[in-house]
Every structure is written in structure tokens, then in C-alpha cells.
Design a protein around this ligand. Structure first.
Ligand code: TRP
Length: 338
């Protein structure tokens, strides 16, 4: 029996942070290693151009950074097809055909796109490609006939849009060549790692992120700067756990849940200092991120090898995509000369 296909990806607009790692990359590796899937992981450079059209150098540089982040966390090119979106020409073709099956009004209702538009301050100058990127994302997913899409909660509207487009396509051309995917979302309460400043979103523009590639000293510095409880002034004062970023991180990074509970009790009662608590967080984070960082450094020594890995993955992905496109063209009746 053939394995279920999952597909997911990331825009190359910078290095990936530990929010990506906790919310998505870690789960991809677990799914990859389960052996139950045929995984595809895509560096979404075409999508990155939708809001970085005039910054190709950033995309080009981020491409290798993201690939290194993948390899470092254990996405294994022997098990996962790691590829680059722009190299799959069928994606442009399928996107163009999908474009006619969705209304402008429907695109304008996408809540994730809406909030991104507000946040990026496009004003009256929303790039057409940005408004329509969910259509291109639907092509990403369906061209590989992926049934599962492991993503963060913010991507839910994209999956819904994809499902609608699959139905619209199959209906319009009286076919069943495309399959409806489902999203695989992080477990509740584990979806999003806050920034070190306590902001719910970790992002480059807010400068509150910890990166997979951060060295040990940077990790220490960032944890020491982490937002805790402003009311906890003296060590003896009772502290608060809710909204305290150090505890949010401990909940995720400390494998010993009983120990975390004991620390929470101690902190709440008073007598546990922030510095001592942060030292412990540094230890448990370093235990997880240290080996990842070390692997990244090894891969970073041979960038040409990383690029040929991506080239091979793209070739493999292209072969799969072309098979679907043959069926798509046939269903639409545009295979005139065959
Ligand atoms: N929109 C995704 C993000 O910003 C990246 C992406 C592009 C993607 N194409 C995809 C994710 C297809 C899942 C499936 O992170």
C-alpha cells in the first residue's frame, strides 16, 4: 500500500526560530520517522516573493539558512523530499488554472491574509500576488496529492481554501484527480511559543526571537533577558506563573513535568529567584538545542552539498508534480496534441 503524503513548507525570509521548531519542525521529524508517510517539505521561495519582490538577495540567502535549519533538526533528505517551490514549474501552471475558480471577494475574506495585509502596511498597494498566495498554496498541496498538511493554526484558512479549490476543480472538470487535504495542527496550548518579551508572537521584526542557529552565548543572553513577573522584586516575594515566559518555556522544554510543578510551587510561595530559574531553563534548552546547533555547524561547512541536496529533492518533487499535471491537463482537455 502506498504511504500517505504530507506536505508543508516555510517561506525563506530569514532563519527559522525555536517557535518554528516547537510548533512545526519537531512534529515533522516525528511524522517523518514514523515511517507512515511519504513527506514533502518545501522552501516556499515563490511565496516569499509575494511580499519581498524587491529583495531577492534576502530570499536567496534565507534559502540556504532554512535548508540548514531543516537538516539540523533532523529532517532527513533520505526520508523527506526537501525541495524549492520555484523549481516546480507545474505549480505556476496549476496556480493559474486555480485562479479562475476563486473569486476576488473570497480571497479578500481570508482572515490570515487580512491580518498580514494590515500588519505589513500595504495600504492601497496590496501586491496581487500577495492577495492570491493562498491559491498558489493550494497548488503546492494538491500537485503532490498531499492528504495531510502539518502547519501552525494560522494556516487553517489556507487549508480550507485548498479544500474549496479541490472541490471546484473536480466539479468544473468532472474529475477526481485532485484530493482534499486536512491540516494537522499542533496540540492545544502548544502551538505557539511567545517571544522572550512576552509578546504572543515570536518574530524577526519584533526582535524577540531565539533562533535555531543561535550560539550558546546568545541563548544564555536571551533567556536572561526573558520577561518574568514584574511584581517579583525580591527573591522572597511570591511570584506569578501565569504570563511568565520562563514557565511557558519550561513547560515545553523541561521533560521532567514533576520538577516543573515543584518549581512553580516554590516560585508562587516565594523564595525562588528569577536567575536561578533562568539558569535551569538555560540547562534544559541547551540540552535540546545544543546537539541541533552542533549538527547545523557541520552541515554549514559544505553549502554546495546542501544546494545539491535541494537540487535532487526538487528533481524528485518535479517528477511527482508532473504526473499530477498530466492528469490535470487531461481533465481540462488542454492536452491537445497527445
Ligand atoms: N504559508 C506558509 C507559511 O507562511 C508556507 C507555505 C507555502 C506552506 N506553501 C505551503 C505551508 C504549503 C504548507 C503547505 O509558513
Amino acid at each position: 500500500m502506498s504511504k500517505e503524503i504530507y506536505l508543508t513548507g516555510d517561506r525563506p525570509t530569514g532563519k527559522l526560530h525555536i517557535g518554528h521548531y516547537i510548533g512545526s519542525l519537531k512534529n515533522r521529524v516525528i511524522m517523518q520517522d514514523s515511517g507512515a508517510y511519504d513527506p514533502f517539505v518545501m522552501i516556499a521561495d515563490t511565496q516569499a516573493f509575494t511580499d519581498n519582490a524587491r529583495n531577492p538577495e534576502k530570499i536567496r540567502q534565507s534559502l540556504t539558512e532554512v535548508a540548514l535549519d531543516y537538516l539540523a533538526v533532523g529532517i532527513d533528505p533520505a526520508k523527506t523530499t526537501i525541495f524549492v517551490q520555484s523549481q516546480i514549474k507545474g505549480l505556476f501552471e496549476l496556480t493559474e488554472y486555480f485562479m479562475n475558480l476563486v473569486s476576488v471577494a473570497r480571497l479578500q475574506r481570508n482572515p490570515t491574509v487580512k491580518s498580514e495585509i494590515a500588519q505589513k502596511g500595504f495600504g492601497e498597494s496590496i501586491p496581487a500576488g500577495f492577495l492570491t498566495y493562498p491559491v498558489s498554496q493550494a497548488a503546492d498541496i494538491t500537485i503532490f496529492r498531499a492528504t495531510k498538511v502539518p502547519v501552525g493554526d494560522d494556516q487553517e484558512p489556507m487549508i480550507e481554501q485548498t479544500r474549496e479549490l479541490v472541490r471546484a476543480f473536480n466539479n468544473a472538470y468532472n474529475t477526481d484527480v485532485l484530493v482534499e487535504p486536512v491540516g494537522v495542527f499542533p496540540p492545544k496550548g502548544q502551538g505557539r511559543l511567545p517571544g522572550i518579551d512576552g509578546n504572543a508572537k515570536m518574530s524577526k521584526s519584533l526582535g524577540n526571537g531565539i533562533y535555531i542557529s543561535d550560539d550558546a552565548d546568545t541563548l544564555v543572553k536571551k533567556v536572561k533577558a526573558m520577561y518574568t513577573d514584574p511584581r517579583h522584586i525580591n527573591i522572597a516575594d511570591p511570584g506569578h506563573v501565569a504570563g511568565n515566559v520562563v514557565f511557558t518555556y519550561l513547560d515545553i522544554f523541561d521533560p521532567d513535568k514533576q520538577r516543573v510543578q515543584d518549581l512553580k510551587d516554590h516560585y508562587t510561595a516565594g523564595g525562588l529567584g528569577d536567575m536561578k530559574l533562568k539558569k535551569h531553563l538555560i540547562d534544559v534548552m541547551e540540552a535540546e538545542m545544543g546537539p541541533i546547533r552542533a549538527r547545523r555547524e557541520v552541515f554549514a561547512k559544505d553549502i554546495p552539498a546542501v544546494l545539491s541536496m535541494l537540487a535532487e529533492g526538487s528533481e524528485r518533487a518535479n517528477a511527482v508534480a508532473e504526473k499530477t499535471m498530466k492528469d490535470v491537463r487531461h481533465a481540462m482537455g488542454v492536452d491537445y496534441f497527445n
